[in-house]
Design a protein around this ligand. Structure first.
Ligand SMILES: Cc1cc2nc3c(=O)[nH]c(=O)nc-3n(C[C@H](O)[C@H](O)[C@H](O)COP(=O)(O)O)c2cc1C
Length: 375
């Protein structure tokens, strides 16, 4: 049913400018929520960073930035929803056009630049639905002009801990100048120390809210060593790997691939999977990972789990495949479990990570490799 409604809506959405299409899709889901997806197969249930997920498929940050439709997305079959990125104060983001659909490559480029309605508006919406249940996390970021970016993250953790299932510290966006520099060791260590400290302060009232760190797939392996080391030392609850890439893999065909911004969707998959596997072997099971980037089929979702993801998230795949993709991923995982006689998807998590990291760097990204460095 969801797939059918999708088929009707997509030609209309494709005819519009991508950002207008996105606004319209949100409106449609607000006005006419889809029929419920129905209960999940029990074998899809999974417990990760202390939370019970009905299934491992989430909607990635950026789709519902302002918390307008978390419950419609949960009804449509997602196991969890990540709101945001939200910044403390409202900000418009970059000038339009800033969102591009690369049809020939099944990819998206965005340079939205954290357009956000701000913490007050998002907090109000999340507080209003707090009793509705379901896993709704919040992805937080600093305002572009913040005098002290670390303080922005601390404030957002304090404010959202009570209404969010988890909080993601997002330092992965390529579209806020200097933000990715927060992945550098000294800055990151200070940021995570203060963020975890803020979480501890509010735990008495808010309960223990897991804190996740979202990173870019463009880190060098030497930088990844540092980032994982600090995340482990500061005891984050998990990492999300990762965001969009500023690289342009060889072989992109769409004329819009020259647009500036972060690339997501199908061409991102090999790089995102490799960075996930590299992260998995460094984390050594100390905390779980969320795998994001390039999932557009059940097979690619299962591959992501095998590369090291306890949970997956999707965004661009929805643009090209529609909401039917969620059901397809579930069916693929259940079919694999049936074939292998498995009881739970935990058996697959990281099964291919070690072998993946022994392979040569993904072909399409080799030119970017020269300045990556290795560990
Ligand atoms: C239009 C758009 C907006 C995005 N906005 C955010 C954002 O605000 N915060 C964030 O952490 N990631 C954001 N992302 C990145 C996604 O969450 C995800 O990490 C990335 O798109 C890779 O997944 P995909 O290939 O399934 O799209 C955005 C992605 C797109 C396409």
């Amino acid at each position: 049913m969801i797939g059918f409604l999708d088929q009707l809506a997509r030609p209309l959405l494709y005819a519009l400018d991508p950002e207008d299409a996105h606004r319209l899709a949100i409106r449609m889901l607000q006005i006419a929520p889809l029929p419920p997806a129905g209960p999940d197969d029990g074998r899809l249930a999974t417990r990760v960073f202390g939370l019970n997920f009905p299934n491992p498929i989430g909607i990635a940050a950026g789709f519902d930035k302002h918390a307008e439709i978390p419950d419609a997305l949960l009804r449509a079959g997602f196991g969890f929803v990540e709101i945001g990125t939200v910044t403390p104060l409202p900000q418009p983001g970059n000038p339009r056009p800033r969102l591009f659909r690369l049809d020939a490559d099944q990819a998206v480029i965005n340079r939205l630049g954290f357009n956000s309605e701000g913490a007050d508006a998002v907090l109000r919406r999340l507080a209003a639905r707090a009793k509705a249940g379901g896993i709704v996390g919040i992805n937080v970021g600093a305002n572009k002009d913040a005098p002290n970016r670390v303080a922005d993250y601390v404030r957002l953790i304090e404010r959202f801990a009570a209404v969010a299932s988890y909080v993601t510290v997002n330092i992965s966006s390529p579209n806020t100048p200097g933000l990715r520099d927060m992945q550098q060791a000294g800055v990151l260590d200070d940021l995570l120390a203060r963020v975890i400290d803020a979480r501890e302060r509010v735990t008495k009232n808010a309960g223990p809210t897991p804190v996740l760190l979202k990173i870019a797939p463009d880190l060098s392996l030497a930088d990844l060593d540092d980032v994982v080391g600090i995340a482990r030392a500061r005891r984050v609850d998990g990492m999300i790997v990762g965001s969009t890439t500023v690289t342009r893999p060889a072989g992109l065909r769409d004329a819009q691939s020259a647009e500036a911004g972060g690339l997501s969707g199908h061409p991102l998959l090999p790089l995102a999977d490799r960075m996930l596997a590299e992260t998995y072997v460094r984390v050594e099971g100390v905390f779980p990972l969320v795998g994001v980037g390039g999932i557009d089929s059940g097979v690619s979702a299962l591959g992501k789990i095998r590369a090291g993801a306890s949970l997956v998230q999707i965004y661009s795949g929805l643009v090209f495949r529609g909401l039917g993709l969620v059901g397809e991923i579930k069916r693929t995982i259940v079919a694999a479990l049936e074939r292998d006689g498995g009881q739970n998807l935990v058996d697959y998590v990281g099964a291919d990570a070690a072998s993946a990291t022994a392979e040569s760097w993904p072909d399409d990204f080799v030119s970017g490799r020269s300045h990556r460095g290795s560990s």
